[in-house]
Design a binder for this molecule. Structure first.
Ligand code: FES
Length: 127
């Protein structure tokens, strides 16, 4: 599964929003660093977080068990499963937030914003 990713810090720096229709197009034109915007492959036995780590990226995490939300990502496109979720409320899940530590891609392609733990809505959930 191919994943295009974008660091939430870049959104904050450039004043972009998660709702921007052309978010990833803008990211492509912004000459971001390789760890801020790029692509990676997720193998079937890897969660999204594991895939990022195995490709050399340092995405945030803590518990690795669905209980802290440090690993939260926002889905712009595609779907990520959520076998263990003890922290993310339904309304945020419905809006497209997922936990990357135990989220497995269930679509052929994904576009995700990682590092969204800095978002105000998620701030209260972080342990
Ligand atoms: Fe804690 Fe994913 S690392 S919920």
């Amino acid at each position: 599964v191919r994943v295009e990713f974008l660091d939430y810090d870049a959104l904050a720096d450039y004043g972009w929003s998660l709702d921007d229709d052309d978010l990833f197009r803008k990211a492509s034109h912004a000459h971001l660093g390789a760890s801020e915007h790029g692509r990676l492959l997720v193998r079937p036995d890897e969660s999204l977080l594991e895939a990022a780590e195995n490709r050399g990226f340092g995405w945030p995490f803590s518990c690795r068990g669905g209980a802290c939300a440090n690993c939260a990502v926002y889905l712009v496109e595609g779907e990520l499963s959520q076998p263990a979720n003890h922290v993310m409320p339904d309304d945020l899940t419905e809006r497209g937030f997922r936990l990357s530590c135990n989220g497995y891609p269930v679509s052929d392609e994904l576009k995700v914003v990682f590092n969204v733990k800095h978002l105000a809505e998620l701030d209260d959930l972080i342990l």
